[in-house]
Design a protein around this ligand. Structure first.
Ligand SMILES: Nc1ncnc2c1ncn2[C@@H]1O[C@H](COP(=O)(O)OP(=O)(O)OP(=O)(O)O)[C@@H](O)[C@H]1O
Ligand SMILES: [Mg+2]
Length: 310
């Protein structure tokens, strides 16, 4: 759906992105990750032409991105960023309605959509729709930014550290919401983060950048099990790669069906990483597992965890 072919971008003679070639297929959740200054935001902004590339080609649905009008591109691609972005003199409602208004949606449809999005992002519409950005906390502003990016249900979502200023609980709620949106809509999402745990839990594909170049691109499991070099190993966290691998699998895949055990049960969708923590906290080696309806499913054995990590 989006393809970079040997793309370069410099600012005042200094290369920000060098010889970048990357395919972003439709429906993938791609996460760009890397240290500060590695070229993540520049790469993202070249997709919607907020930054113009110097050379190489960037294709959107097979056509060079320069052949689209910037406003058409931005209408088809929602964009959310960590800091700024909200118009300070506009209410929350008007901020979210920016693109729907550009598209000439009727007022009633816009109002309904704003209500729907505020509820989705857990901001009570009656309280928040008429507030101004300065009357919101940083995290609430971020959620409004995400709502605005989703407003017209765009084909592509570009998100630059959209959950940066959030507390861990809200952050994890919004991450789950993004996963749900991705699963149900099949949207193409490109998200920038420097948080490896966020990348591992969201991405279908991770692209690790260093000095404006791709060091490795692959699934979370590939990066953990087949790191291209020491930089990748260090980046994904040399000491807890096993723990992170456990984070990619759920209890369901390791449950011995039909067995029974006593104690508080784990839901089958729990990650093996959480299960490991539970084993240690309870000092036990067997845990009962239940399905989403609370029905007994079987037993997770401590001894089976390593089958995943091996
Ligand atoms: N508008 C600009 N003018 C000059 N230099 C820029 C500009 N935008 C980015 N750069 C430079 O390009 C390089 C890549 O910047 P970029 O913003 O893409 O990094 P990043 O990976 O998003 O970093 P961070 O994690 O800190 O946001 C940096 O060295 C930065 O200083
Ligand atoms: Mg950045």
């Amino acid at each position: 759906m989006i393809e970079f072919q040997h793309v370069h971008k410099s600012f005042g003679g200094a290369a920000a992105v060098q010889d970048l070639s990357l395919k972003i297929p439709k429906g993938e959740f791609t996460v760009l990750i890397g240290g500060s200054g590695s070229g993540k935001s520049t790469t993202l902004k070249m997709i919607n032409r907020l930054v113009e590339h110097d050379s190489g080609r960037i294709l959107f649905q097979g056509e060079e991105i320069r052949s689209f009008k910037p406003e058409d591109i931005r209408r088809r691609m929602g964009y959310a960023i960590q800091s700024i972005g909200l118009f300070p003199h506009w209410t929350v409602e008007k901020n979210i309605a920016t693109v729907p208004e550009l598209l000439g949606w009727p007022a009633a449809r816009i109002r309904d959509r704003v209500t729907e999005l505020l509820e989705l992002l857990d901001l009570a519409p009656a309280t928040y729709r008429s507030r101004y950005p300065h009357q919101l906390s940083g995290g609430q502003q971020q959620r409004v930014g995400v709502a605005r990016a989703l407003a017209v249900d765009p084909e592509v979502l570009l998100m630059d550290e959209p959950f940066g200023a959030l507390d861990p609980v809200t952050r994890s709620t919004l991450q789950k919401e993004m996963l749900r949106i991705h699963k149900t809509s099949g949207k193409t999402i490109v998200l920038v983060t420097h948080d490896i745990d966020e990348a591992l839990s969201l991405a279908t594909r991770i692209v690790l950048l260093q000095d404006g170049q791709i060091v490795q691109a692959g699934s979370p499991t590939e990066l953990l099990t087949h790191p291209a070099n020491d930089f990748v190993t260090d980046f994904v966290g040399r000491s807890d790669i096993g723990i992170k691998l456990l984070g990619l699998a759920t209890v369901a895949s390791h449950t011995r069906r039909g067995e029974t055990a006593t104690g508080d049960a784990l839901p089958a969708h729990t990650s093996l990483r959480e299960a490991l923590s539970t084993f240690v906290a309870r000092a036990c080696d067997r845990l009962p597992v239940v399905d989403e309806h609370g029905q007994a499913l079987g037993v997770l054995h401590f001894a089976d965890l390593w089958h995943r990590a091996a």
